[in-house]
Ligand binder design. Structure first.
Ligand SMILES: [Zn+2]
Ligand SMILES: [Zn+2]
Length: 374
């Protein structure tokens, strides 16, 4: 297959808007894509920026329950109330807006599955959405829908869902908890200290799926060293042993130091090492079938460094050292705060979280036959 990267983004992504003051805001997606463009991602390697199509009710039904979609259709008309227990307000057209994100991710899936290249849907990655309810700013779950579509429409027999968002990807994880065709590897801040309060190492799947669900909860303060230890010791051997035919990766940017909603301390270096490894593994085991999704990230300066860094790594275009000045002005106009200046940061480390990550690796070696005994 082609090694190009196709980014699926259109202005319709901005319709997903919980209003001023809500922490989840899709302007960071627009600015990230503009920075990819400013850094010439789409001028080499056959990489493209593509418009999106809206998903349909039939698409959403691949994962969600009909009664829940009826509830959303009603909430979409009134635009009033909340869709979950409080974090996810309804707004007029909320179902339509969510379906645009679903359509973006399904368009990206089609590009991957038809061999056009790798693909990135930065407006999606709504990993908290459950089959029958909203949660954590996620109305629908585009990642879970894309996995179902890969299986039902393209006959995929084994897939990997990899989630590096700081919050546990509970909608996908528990949505497929008994499904042995899905290897789910989820890095997140320990659920005892962060929403949604789930995702512990001993939860490894049930029945035929036992050993295919791998949680890596990291203690607050965990730096690059803890993340990369678990990456090398758990994720890499599990992916090689499972040999997925498709990799779907949720690239939430909120594990970075300085996120206002969470307490991990990753630098850009953790992201670039993980994405380089995922990209190589996608070519090694999955014929290059790599679908990237966005996700959380509540410090827009961090998001706007991480997503271009990921896109340029997979699209095989090197980034400049300095962030272009004309893009920095757009960022500062949009957010009224200083834009990032460079695509490089010093690595981070923290001893106690590193020791805890090593214990987690030992636990998972005991609990999942996919991971070698080291
Ligand atoms: Zn490639
Ligand atoms: Zn998150």
């Amino acid at each position: 297959m082609s090694g190009s990267l196709h980014v699926y983004y259109g202005p319709e992504i901005l319709l997903y808007d919980f209003g001023p003051g809500h922490p989840f805001n899709q302007r960071r997606v627009k600015l990230s894509v503009e920075l990819m463009d400013a850094c010439e991602l789409f001028q080499a390697n056959g990489n493209t920026l593509r418009p999106i199509q809206q998903g349909t009710r039939a698409d959403a039904l691949l994962f969600h329950e009909p009664g829940y979609l009826d509830f959303l259709a009603d909430a979409s008309i009134t635009g009033e109330g909340v869709l979950d227990h409080g974090d996810t307000p309804a707004f007029p057209g909320c179902l339509d807006a969510a379906l645009w994100g679903v359509g973006a991710s399904l368009g990206a899936l089609d590009a991957v599955m038809t061999g056009e290249g790798h693909a990135f849907s930065p407006g999606g990655g709504w990993h908290h959405g459950y089959r029958d309810h909203a949660s954590g700013f996620c109305i629908l779950n585009d990642g879970a829908i894309a996995l179902a579509a890969a299986r039902q429409r393209y006959g995929i027999q084994r897939a990997l869902y990899l989630d590096i968002d700081v919050h546990h990807g509970d909608g996908v994880f528990y949505g497929y908890y008994g499904d042995g065709w899905l290897l789910d590897i989820d890095f997140h801040q320990d659920g005892r200290t962060l929403f949604p309060g789930k995702g512990f190492a001993e939860e490894v799947g049930t029945g035929e799926a036992t050993g295919t669900k791998l949680n890596i909860p990291l203690l607050p303060g965990a730096g690059d060293d803890a993340a990369l230890l678990a990456w090398r010791e758990v994720a890499v051997p599990a992916i090689r042993a499972f040999r997925p035919e498709l990799i779907v990766m949720q690239c939430g940017a909120d594990a970075h130091a300085g996120d206002p909603l969470a307490m991990l301390e990753w630098s850009l270096g953790a992201y670039t090492e993980i994405i380089a490894s995922v990209h190589a593994l996608a070519h090694e085991v999955a014929d290059g079938r790599l679908l990237l999704l966005g996700g959380g990230g509540y410090n827009p300066a961090n998001v706007c460094l991480i997503w271009p860094a990921i896109a340029h790594a997979v699209g095989d275009v090197s980034l400049p050292d300095r962030v272009p000045d004309h893009w920095r002005k757009s960022f500062e106009d949009a957010y009224g705060r200083r834009a990032p200046e460079r695509f490089s940061e010093p690595p981070t480390s923290a001893t106690r979280p590193l020791q805890a990550a090593a214990r987690c690796v030992d636990d998972l070696r005991r609990l999942s036959p996919l991971i070698g005994q080291g």
